[in-house]
Ligand binder design. Structure first.
Ligand code: C2E
Ligand code: MG
Ligand code: MG
Length: 758
């Protein structure tokens, strides 16, 4: 996973964490809100029912008073015919002594009447018009047959706030008088102030329709002496107007007010008498009451838990992020200079090259760095590397970057492909790096060398990324730049370095190519010059890379012979050939003999013979169908040892052929000594025929063929390209011809189709 992907993943995790935290907090808020709503609903329900109770108690008291008066009214009917005015008044006085009214009165149609004051006096000369207008109003209504309760008003005689009642007195269905009574409002005050509201956490007022306080609770929180509930600045304006409109319509309403920074809930319920309202206030505001407290504690706990969870999540995330950053740093930075390391540099370079090819790749080395390390010490050498990093950081421009590969090797990607400009800039960088010696007063000249390659002229190399290709080139250029002692820059030259690139690719990819089956079996037919038929073929390897590039044997066989990989490849190809013959046999096709090239290394392998046995065993193929081609060079080393092995091979039934005879140090001598079945004349013979002295060439070939015949060795001539070639070798008495005249090597599949049908 590269840094970009890690960062993308980090971003995804960030988003996830943010969402989760947001969800947690939202959940906390929602649960809290719903708990608050539950709490508030419960509280509202409670306020409603308790206010209802106050209302019932108040109405019950008003009703009881009215009924008491109505009962008395059925006894007190004044008639001058039956009782004197004074006696009647005394009767009322007596009655008043036994009930709860402060005063009673009886009024006649003519607007006069009597009035008794409990335990005080009897007034026989009362004029209705002189009474309190509130009282007058209900008396007037009583004449209309309507019992009534007055508003609350102040009575000077009694020196207190009172409430008055008036009921009609009937005689034969006709109102003949009005019985009135009044009582102090203490009773109502008691009802409202009984202290039971909301478990003692509430209180109630009685207010008039206009919001004027009629009975104001002693338990109230607001201590100021306002006239109406609208006075003061406790109620928000919009609440005021809401309450007003509800009261005008006689509806109950929930509201709240703020006093000394606390919110209080209140509920206004109409009493249905004179437009009066009971105002119940919850003093717990939004922060008390047992249920409220439980809910509040629950809410706070839940908030705390969720917030803690969110915190832990954020904390864990921060740790993770920090860690990832550290890992990225470790994975992508060189610990000594803190520059990008090779991996990271290559990734970045690749990304840049994908966008544009107008770049130059540079590999920069310090001359004699090992020496600097030894003479001046590691610490000083490290300081020099850091100095290089600083110089590069300073001298590189926008979109350019660098990294440290290993030791003193720096990789740089510069914009542009102007050779002179790049050279000028690099020399400047080298000069600045050299200043380190002056800065540190070292008596030493620091010199560098660079290999540079242009990305714009770069061809694709199979399976190498753009940056790998570019920096493979710089390393080839660097090798050349290493020669010399001065600051030196060498630019990569395609012609010079192409082979090196291929060599590098071959060496780095051979293992994986073998595992992935990229080595393919190709077959080239051999023509039997006596019968004119294609009776056998040679197996030739082709390396087909994943991207379809075809690599030919001369590009990798010599290398594999050097590095020993040829042993594995040859055995692999040998098995492919066994497999192919088995396939033909299984398909009911008559198989033909196939010759397989065997590197000389194979002959030094201890288990070579066992491998051959194993293949015969595994594929059950007559060994006579396989010819093993060896190179004449083998005979130069130890002819006796070779012959011993060859006879062993031949005793198993395999045929042995000597390949490329005449291309090297061939001699008739070796030919005479070696125990082989077939001789392949190198195509150099036929080439010489057209270039050199054909007569001489012909004589030599004639002699070789002649000698082979005598030794009972069959002959194959390679490189038959023209009809003349064929004519000539037929004339010479060669047995087989192989060459482009008949066919180029073709894939095993194509070969089967072309030559093995019948
Ligand atoms: P070789 O064994 O001498 O194979 C003959 C080479 O000559 C083949 O080249 C073939 O394609 C080429 N050739 C055939 N007819 C003509 C022609 O008419 N004109 C010209 N100019 N060339 C012709 P190729 O396939 O490129 O192989 C080159 C060499 O690589 C082979 O020479 C052989 O020494 C080696 N080689 C190929 N496959 C293997 C293998 O599986 N193992 C080993 N050890 N060596 C192999
Ligand atoms: Mg060969
Ligand atoms: Mg050959």
């Amino acid at each position: 996973m590269n840094e970009k992907k890690i960062r993308q993943r980090l971003t995804r995790i960030t988003v996830l964490v943010v969402i989760t935290v947001a969800v947690l907090l939202a959940a906390a808020s929602m649960i809290s809100a719903s708990l608050e709503k539950v709490g508030s609903n419960t509280m509202e329900e409670q306020m409603k029912s308790e206010t209802e109770e106050y209302k019932i108690n108040m109405l019950r008291k008003l009703d009881a008073d009215t009924q008491t008066l109505q009962t008395l009214a059925s006894f007190f009917e004044f008639s001058a015919d039956t009782i004197s005015y004074e006696d009647f008044a005394k009767g009322v006085y007596e009655a008043n002594r036994h009930n709860g009214f402060s005063r009673m009165g009886y009024f006649l149609k003519d607007g006069t009447g009597i009035r008794v004051t409990k335990n005080q006096d009897i007034d026989l000369d009362v004029k209705v018009s002189e009474l309190n207008e509130n009282f007058q109003e209900i008396i007037a209504n009583a004449w209309e047959g309507e019992s009534g309760v007055s508003r609350i008003y102040y009575d000077e005689g009694l020196d207190k706030q009172i409430i008055a009642y008036a009921v009609p007195v009937y005689s034969y269905n006709e109102v003949v008088g009005v019985l009135g009574a009044s009582t102090g409002i203490e009773v109502f005050k008691e009802i409202l102030d009984n202290g039971t509201a909301l478990y003692g956490k509430g209180y109630a007022h009685l207010v008039g329709k206009e919001g004027k306080y009629l009975i104001r609770s002693e338990r109230r929180v607001v201590q100021e002496q306002e006239e109406t509930i609208y006075d003061g600045s406790y109620l928000p304006e919009e609440e005021k107007s809401r309450i007003r409109s509800c009261m005008e319509e006689g509806r109950s309403v929930f509201s709240y007010f703020t006093y000394k920074g606390l919110d209080y809930r209140m509920y206004l319920e109409p009493l249905d008498v004179n437009g009066w309202y009971i105002v119940c206030v919850d003093t717990t505001g939004k922060g008390g009451g047992s249920l409220y407290t439980i809910l509040l504690v629950t809410r706070i706990t839940m908030y705390a838990v969720l917030t803690l969870a969110a915190f832990l999540l954020i904390y864990g995330y921060c740790l993770f992020k920090q860690n990832t950053r550290r890992l990225i740093k470790i994975a992508y930075h060189d610990p000594c200079t803190d520059a990008y390391n090779r991996v990271h540099f290559m990734e970045k370079a690749n990304a840049a090259l994908e966008v544009s090819r107008s770049y130059t790749g540079i590999e920069m080395n310090i001359r004699q760095f090992k020496f600097i390390n030894e003479i001046f010490g590691r610490a000083q050498a490290n300081r020099l590397l850091i100095h290089v990093k600083e110089v590069l950081g300073e001298k590189l421009g926008e979109g350019e970057f660098f990294g440290r590969d290993s030791a003193d090797r720096f990789l740089i990607l510069m914009r542009g492909t102007d050779q002179e400009e790049i050279r000028r800039r690099l020399l400047e960088i080298m000069e600045s790096v050299g200043d380190f010696a002056k800065l540190k007063r070292l008596n030493y000249r620091i010199r560098l060398y660079c290999g540079a390659a242009f990305a714009d002229s770069m061809e694709k190399v199979p399976e190498l990324s753009a940056s790998e290709t570019l920096f493979l080139r710089t390393s080839f250029a660097l090798k050349t730049a290493r020669d010399g002692h001065q600051n030196n820059i060498w630019f990569y030259n395609t012609a010079v370095h192409k082979d090196e690139i291929m060599q590098n690719y071959v060496e780095t990819h051979m293992e994986q190519a073998l595992n992935d089956g990229e080595f393919k079996l190709y077959l080239q037919p051999k023509k039997d010059l006596h019968s004119g038929k294609f009776g056998s073929a040679e197996a030739l390897v082709r390396w087909q890379t994943a991207d379809g590039t075809m690599i030919f044997p001369n590009q990798f066989i010599p290398l594999f012979e050097q590095n020993g990989f040829c042993v594995r490849l040859d055995l692999y190809m040998l098995e492919q050939v066994f497999c192919q013959i088995r396939e033909w046999m299984d398909a009911g096709v008559d198989p033909i003999p196939i010759s397989v090239n065997q590197s000389k290394l194979l002959f030094y392998e201890e288990d070579y013979m066992q491998n051959l046995d194993h293949l015969i065993e595994k594929y059950k193929i007559p060994p006579q169908l396989i010819t093993l081609e060896i190179l004449e060079g083998l005979a130069l080393e130890n002819v006796d040892e070779l012959n011993r092995k060859l006879s062993l091979i031949r005793s198993k039934g395999f045929r042995v052929s000597m390949d490329d005879f005449g291309s090297g140090y061939s001699s008739f001598n070796t030919l005479g000594k070696l125990q082989i079945d077939e001789l392949k004349l190198d195509r150099a013979f036929l080439m010489e025929l057209s270039h050199g002295d054909p007569r001489r060439q012909k004589i030599i070939m004639e002699q070789i063929v002649e000698m082979a015949k005598r030794l009972h060795i069959s002959t194959v001539v390679e490189g038959v390209e023209t009809a003349e070639n064929e004519e000539l070798i037929s004339e010479l008495g060669c047995d087989y011809g192989q060459g482009y005249l008949y066919s180029r090597p073709v894939s095993a599949g194509e070969f089967s189709e072309k030559y093995m049908e019948n």
